[in-house]
Design a protein around this ligand. Sequence first.
Ligand code: CP
Ligand code: NVA
Length: 330
Amino acid sequence: MKAHELKGKNFLKLLDFTPEEIQGFIDFAIELKAMKKAGTPHRYCEGKNIVLLFEKDSTRTRCAFEVAGADLGMHPVYLGPSGSQMGKKESIEDTARVLGRMFDGIEYRGFGQDIVEDLAANAGVPVWNGLTNEFHPTQVLADFMTMQEVAGPLKGQKLVFMGDARFNMGDSLMVGCAKMGMHLIACSPKKYWPGQELIDTCQKIAKETGAVIEFSENPFEAVKGANVIYTDVWVSMGEPDEVWQERIDDLTPFRVTADIMEAAGEQCKFMHCLPSFHDVKTTIGKDIYDKFGIDCMEVADDVFESPASIVFEEAENRMHTIKAVMAATL
Ligand code: CP
Ligand code: NVA
């Protein structure tokens, strides 16, 4: 990827990019990380203004956009779940046309992918997807950057996704693995596999890239030889509390435990987009413990805290990859 070829482009989902472009973002992020560590200034977007629209909560994504924006010499403005007119008194189209006149780039985190696509169609400036129900593409860039740092080239690396594979993380990792010629196994009860249309799209891409996209209901078999076991929360932002019981019943056999890590082999790393329910140090974690008597959900605490866990390297890389996306598209 030559950075100037992506100027003015939106970053809405990985399906919109070629494998070379995705690799380009990752390699650019690795360069930017080295510059930051060396204290080398990289104010490539001096004087620009960006707006960060969050209809859902965030720690990593918001901070990554704000810090990366500041490092690039920009002024970020945050609009949270309440306080702006968007959606309530003003349509997405009108909001986009207003913000596009004031800002050089717009980040959106919220609900349907159609909303971020709609923003992009009307803003006239680059729009970046900071998570929708369907996709979380900046997260996958950070995940793949971390995998490349740990084990080298992505092609052929095996990633097993355990848990709710039909929401933003499962969907985006499947697309990313298909694009980058990797081996993905989505491991969960069948009803948690991604939608058939997206599977078909990814299988088509896989034919061109040499990727292998598979599905399994057998965790101990699926994880053998994996480079990475990846999981995500069982109930995502915006889903109703009523689904907890069903998710716990269905997904407990797919929790990432020490036994699962051992079955994968000692090369295997543990990854999670975070935040994660691995203990009862959160209000929701405590609440679930009181109601259901479990002290962890998608991952056991000893795995989360083990040397195989690279979740905080992964979290740091959110900032470097988001910086690469903004610098390349602005
Ligand atoms: N992984 C991730 O998107 O984290 P936040 O919800 O904290 O942004
Ligand atoms: N699937 C999770 C991802 C959080 C980063 C959610 O949407 O809540």
